[in-house]
Structure formats: structure tokens, C-alpha cells
Ligand binder design. Structure first.
Ligand code: DOR
Length: 439
């Protein structure tokens, strides 16, 4: 029996791609938006009162670590899917640094199938660029691309491809499939031993630093290689003002590059490291106020195409070590939108429509994800996020869906809360609660 129609009544629909920003009812039948209009009748439908709420295309994350297979103590595909749905996401790209590494059809299909069985978000496995993330031999892009997972996004994230010849071949190889390569930009020699941003604060704390140039040298090289090969390059977790400048300049001369920034790099500085709390350790490291300002300007003018979370769960016994020994990484899925709403939209720096674009339509376009990132239009899948911009809540790590608790936003009061998330017409989150058993 087909599911009962759902009427989203009285909400403010914000979908910049369709030019919609206004109070419109949304009727959903068989997973699809069937009608948008005023005063729609709810007869025969489940009516959801959306007065006071915003309805937008659900979010897409190009950068998520789900840890399965291998580190199911830190996160599983199921728990990470719950976290994603709770954060308003309908699709996430699962990074390849699992154990075993996602460098073969077998592993990417395993991730894809497990995620489908969970059914809370569409998980798109990212394929490793090199076998075992070792930076020596290219992985079988073709095999992963032709697998059921249809991989068209490759990254050794967490590790940088240092060898320029290998990076050139990766870009050429990916081009054959219309795929994108995302290189974790960190020059090994400059970053070696570094635990935080190199600068005034690292000097005061006596911690070894990673200079901006460790990132910028690799981005500059990769941009040159993208120009040489005519391939698509995506720059993950941009963290420095200099990197924003490089990407802006590359775009003006027509290099095929896109870029992402994380909520933590957009909102937190290296001064937090003075607590020596390893929750603030991340790669690339938290930088300075000037970097935040440049990243924000880049996000607003589109140099930075999208937000990505770099959700990086770590088990407590791994993360809670001395700062220089702790692994880098922070949770992100459940706080991304509320953090950026609070810091950018409520603060009057960015429009709500622009933030929605950077979290939905823009990342969906980069990864060519049909059915995600809108539009909100008759005939389109009802893949939506519905949130309350007036709600306030305080982040409590113990109450997050993630199996791990390493959020740098613990104890922070945030404005805006995800109320419902829908994936192709099904509630994955309803009234703030994750709805299991979708498929
Ligand atoms: O901080 C990070 N943690 N940055 C990365 O690029 C990888 C990630 C991880 O896998 O923990």
C-alpha cells in the first residue's frame, strides 16, 4: 500500500535555486513533491504543522568519516547515519580512511549496501586515490566507479598525496570517469610533528606547529596540476586566508576547482588550544581570526563553494590523550547547521538562503547527486529539512546520535534546531527524533 500523503502546512519554504522564499504548503505523495500552493487541503493526508518553521532542501555533506569498516567503536554506518539525519542531512560522502581502506569495489560496495539497509541517509562512498592510502600506487578507480557504489569522488583524506607525478596521474585517471579528486593538502615535510597552527599561540604554548604554507604549497601545486590536466579538483577543509586567495585566483583563470570549509574552521581559532584539550586538535589545525574572516568572505562570495563537516569521530580512549599524541578530528554532523546559523545568519553576516545553498544545492552539484540539494518543485523528491530558527539548545555530547563525543561545541548554546528531516518522502527525523527502520 502506498504511504499516506503528507501535507507540510504553513511553513516558510526557502529554496534559492527555485527562487522561492515564502509561506507555501507542500503536498507530498509517493515520496515526491506533488503540489506547492497556498491553502492546500489536508484531506486524506498526514498534516504536519510547519508554522514558524523553515522548509529547505536537505543538506549534503561531501566529507564524513563513518569509521565502518574497522573502527565501529568510534562510529558505525548506522550511528553516523543517525547523526547525519539528526543534523538535517539526506546524503553524505563517506571518506575512504577506514580499515580496510575503501580502495576496492568490495569495500565501497560493503559501505554502500550497509548504508542502504540502514536507510536514513544516502551514503556515497569516497574511493581512495592510492592503494591503502600509502601514496604509492593509484587505486582501481575504474573498478570502484563501475561498482554498485558508482564512485565518482576520490580522496586519501587524512593523508596527502605528496608525489606530484602520482597526483597528476590521479587527476588524469579521474577525468576519464568525469570524477573529482580531493587531496588533503598538507606538505609532509612542513607538517611533520606539528600538533596545531604555527603562530603566536603555538609559540606561547610550546607546541610544535603546522605553518599555513604546508597547506598552501600543496593547493598551489594541485591547482597547477588541475590546469595541466584539465581535470576537476576539489579542495577539502580549506583553513588559511592564503588558500582562499589561491582558489579565488584559480577560479578567475578558469581552473576547474571547487572548495569546502568546515564549521570549525569558519568559527574557531587556535587560541582554544591553550586549554590543551585534545577536542580542539584537528587536521588542518584551527587557525587565526584573520583566517576565519577570509574563509567567511570566501564562503559568502562563492570562492568556497560549500560547507562540509569533516565529521571525524574518535573513541574516547584514543582522543583523550596528551594534545600532541591525540588523533586529529572533531564531530560535525549534528552541529553544522545550528553553528553556522548562529555564527553567520543570526549574526547578520550571511543570508539564510546563501547558507542553505552552501549546504545543499552546492555540494550536491559538485558530487552530481541527483535527487539531493533540491529543487523544491512539483515532481522532485521530497528530500527536505525542516528547522526552527528561533529554538535554542545547548550541545550535550552525551545526547548526540554519534557513538563518539568529541564535539568542540560541547556546552555551547546554539540558535536553530532541526525538527524534521525527510528522505524521498519518508521522515528520517520527526519532531527532533530519529525514525529508524526506513527500508
Ligand atoms: O582532523 C582530521 N581528522 N582531519 C582529517 O583530514 C582526517 C580526520 C580523521 O579521519 O580523523
Amino acid at each position: 500500500m502506498p504511504a499516506k500523503p503528507v501535507l507540510l502546512q504553513g511553513g516558510r519554504v526557502v529554496d534559492p535555486a527555485s527562487g522561492i522564499d515564502g509561506t507555501i504548503d507542500v503536498l507530498i505523495e509517493r515520496g515526491t513533491i506533488s503540489t506547492l500552493g497556498h491553502g492546500l487541503s489536508g484531506e486524506g493526508a498526514t498534516v504536519i504543522d510547519c508554522r514558524g518553521l523553515v522548509i529547505a532542501p536537505a543538506f549534503v555533506d561531501l566529507h564524513t568519516h563513518l569509521r565502518e569498516p574497522g573502527r565501529e567503536d568510534a562510529e558505525t554506518i548506522a550511528s553516523g547515519s543517525r547523526a547525519a539525519a539528526a543534523g538535517g542531512f539526506s546524503a553524505v560522502c563517506a571518506m575512504a580512511n577506514t580499515e580496510p581502506v575503501a580502495d576496492s569495489a568490495a569495500v565501497v560496495e560493503q559501505v554502500f549496501n550497509t548504508a542502504r539497509a540502514v536507510g536514513l541517509v544516502d551514503v556515497y562512498p569516497v574511493g581512495a586515490i592510492t592503494v591503502g592510502l600509502q601514496g604509492e600506487r593509484l587505486a582501481e578507480f575504474g573498478e570502484m566507479h563501475d561498482s554498485k557504489a558508482g564512485v565518482n569522488f576520490f580522496s586519501d583524506d587524512g593523508r596527502c598525496v605528496q608525489d606530484s607525478g602520482l597526483m597528476r596521474r590521479a587527476l588524469e585517471y579521474a577525468k576519464a570517469f568525469g570524477a573529482i579528486v580531493a587531496n588533503h593538502a598538507e606538505d609532509a615535510g612542513l607538517a611533520e610533528g606539528g600538533a596545531m597552527n604555527e603562530g603566536e599561540v603555538s609559540g606561547l604554548l610550546g607546541l610544535p606547529g603546522v605553518p599555513d604554507e604546508a597547506e598552501e604549497l600543496v593547493i598551489a601545486r594541485d591547482l597547477a596540476l588541475a590546469r595541466l590536466t584539465g581535470s576537476r579538483l576539489h579542495v577539502p577543509h580549506v583553513s588559511t586566508a592564503g588558500s582562499v586567495e589561491l582558489i579565488r585566483a584559480a577560479k578567475t583563470i578558469g581552473i576547474d576547482v571547487t572548495a569546502e570549509a568546515t564549521p570549525h574552521h569558519l568559527c574557531m581559532t587556535d587560541t582554544l588550544v591553550a586549554s590543551f584539550d585534545p577536542v580542539y586538535k584537528v587536521a588542518p589545525p584551527l587557525r587565526t581570526r584573520a583566517d576565519i574572516d577570509a574563509l567567511r568572505a570566501g564562503l559568502i562570495d562563492g570562492t568556497i563553494d560549500c560547507v562540509a563537516t569533516d565529521h571525524a569521530p574518535h573513541a574516547r580512549e584514543d582522543k583523550e590523550r596528551e594534545f600532541d599524541k591525540a588523533p586529529p578530528g572533531m564531530l560535525g554532523l549534528e552541529t553544522a547547521f545550528p553553528v553556522l546559523y548562529t555564527e553567520l545568519v543570526a549574526a547578520g553576516l550571511m543570508s539564510l538562503g546563501d547558507l542553505i545553498t552552501r549546504m545543499s544545492a552546492a555540494p550536491a552539484r559538485i558530487r552530481d547527486l541527483d535527487g539531493h540539494g533540491g529543487p523544491i518543485a512539483a515532481g522532485a523528491p521530497a528530500t527536505l529539512v525542516i528547522f526552527d530558527t528561533e529554538a535554542r539548545w545547548t550541545v550535550d555530547p552525551a545526547r548526540l546520535q554519534s557513538l563518539s563525543e568529541n564535539t568542540p561545541f560541547a556546552g555551547r548554546e546554539l540558535q536553530s534546531r532541526i525538527v524534521h528531516t525527510m528522505l524521498a518522502g519518508k521522515f528520517t527525523v520527526r519532531d527532533g527524533e530519529v525514525v529508524d527502520g526506513q527500508r
